[in-house]
Ligand binder design. Structure first.
Ligand SMILES: Cc1ncc(COP(=O)(O)O)c(C=O)c1O
Length: 366
């Protein structure tokens, strides 16, 4: 009998989303849950975006604008680039998928770091491409290793800068050398989901300098610093040729009505963005100092999350933290068996996280 499911799909180890918070709360009988697992914005949603969505709610009987005209125009002006250099997606996640769909043949290889954002590998497998993982070098993207891994089958390279889950970044000089050395005809997807948090870090690339290269796609998102994860809105920036290809690979109405309205308004809400960046920086300083006190190593992060070493089974620590009402992310699935990733929260959330961690690490009963 013919197999129904394509082999490449059958073999995928699926992404495991967590249970709804309310369900975890009910199961464990917890009064309060602090979710610090998905690098979301702890301040909520930009009030300007909420207002814009409210105004648009009564219009969702209409399909959205298939070109995101106003959002595109506003973003282009903000970034000082042409509207034709932008493609919008249902989250930047979708643009990862679109790029594989548009550029990678089945027999071709896409290189990515290990660990790095899981979706790179998943998107490649979904299109029956060949992922090739290159280990990080002491927690930093191993650009030299990636160049060495390039072969005649290589068609794409994915780099999250900063890296998720580690939080480290590559600097402009290193990135530019890498791009110069990479053989022609390889598409580089530079995922800057945490751009707003990282952009002032020393040496962080001004990647728009690479926009007119024939092979570079920069990804950014409204999910993190702009607090719109639940709406799914991200974008890719590249030369017109690549953008045209990505547009051909997408659905005509891939970005929904509310997302366009909210994204447009969020771009104007500098106050919300600045607040977000401020509490994130303060939160990181607080968590670093608490981890230092607990004698736990961490990787300094250019993002809104921190990866740290609990020197015990991360999965067990995750479970104990959960019982204490704090959801973090175990890195065991990345083979970092004693590492946990925590999203930086509000002051109160960070305190609750630290209090729970202290008890768990000491082995106290919660
Ligand atoms: C590196 C990286 N890229 C992309 C995304 C996905 O972002 P979006 O919500 O825009 O799909 C994430 C989300 O966690 C991420 O960490």
């Amino acid at each position: 009998m013919k197999k129904l499911v394509r082999e490449n799909i059958e073999n995928i180890n699926p992404y495991k989303p967590g249970k709804p918070i309310e369900e975890v709360q009910r199961e464990l009988g917890l009064k309060e849950i602090t979710k610090l697992a998905s690098n979301e914005n702890p301040l909520g949603v930009s009030p300007k975006a909420v207002e814009a969505m409210r105004k648009s709610l009564g219009e969702v009987n209409r399909y959205p604008d298939g070109n995101s005209f106003y959002l595109r125009d506003k973003l282009a002006r903000k970034l000082n680039i042409k509207p034709a250099n932008i493609v919008f997606g249902n989250g930047s996640n979708e643009i990862i998928e679109l790029s594989v769909k548009a550029f990678l043949y089945e027999h071709e290889q896409a290189i990515m770091s290990s660990p790095d954002f899981l979706i790179f590998k998943l998107a490649v497998l979904q299109e029956a491409g060949k992922p090739r993982e290159v280990s990080l070098d002491n927690f930093y993207c191993n650009l030299k290793g990636i160049l060495e891994a390039v072969c005649d089958k290589t068609k794409m390279v994915f780099i999250a800068n900063p890296n998720n889950p580690v939080g480290t970044y590559i600097k402009e000089k290193g990135l530019e050398d890498f791009l110069n050395k990479l053989p022609e005809g390889i598409v580089v997807v530079l995922d800057e989901a945490y751009y707003e948090f990282a952009r002032d870090a020393e040496g962080y690339p001004d990647s728009l300098r690479f926009l007119e290269r024939p092979n570079v796609i920069i990804l950014r998102t409204f999910s993190k610093a702009y607090g719109l994860s639940g709406l799914r809105l991200g974008y890719g920036l590249a030369n017109e040729g690549l953008i045209t290809a990505l547009n051909k690979a997408r659905q005509p109405f891939n970005v929904n009505y509310l997302a366009q309205a909210a994204g447009y308004a969020a771009l104007d809400d500098d106050e919300f963005l600045q607040k977000t960046l401020k509490i994130n920086e303060e939160g990181k300083i607080f968590i670093y100092s608490e981890l230092n006190e607990m004698g736990l190593d961490y990787i300094p992060s250019a993002t809104n999350f921190i990866m740290f070493n609990v020197k015990r089974e991360a999965d067990a620590v995750f479970q104990e933290m959960l019982k204490a009402g704090v959801i973090v992310r175990s890195m065991a699935s990345y083979k970092l068996n004693s590492w946990i990733r925590v999203t930086v929260g509000t002051k109160d959330e960070n305190q609750r996280f630290v209090d729970a961690l202290r008890k768990v690490v000491k082995g106290e009963k919660l």
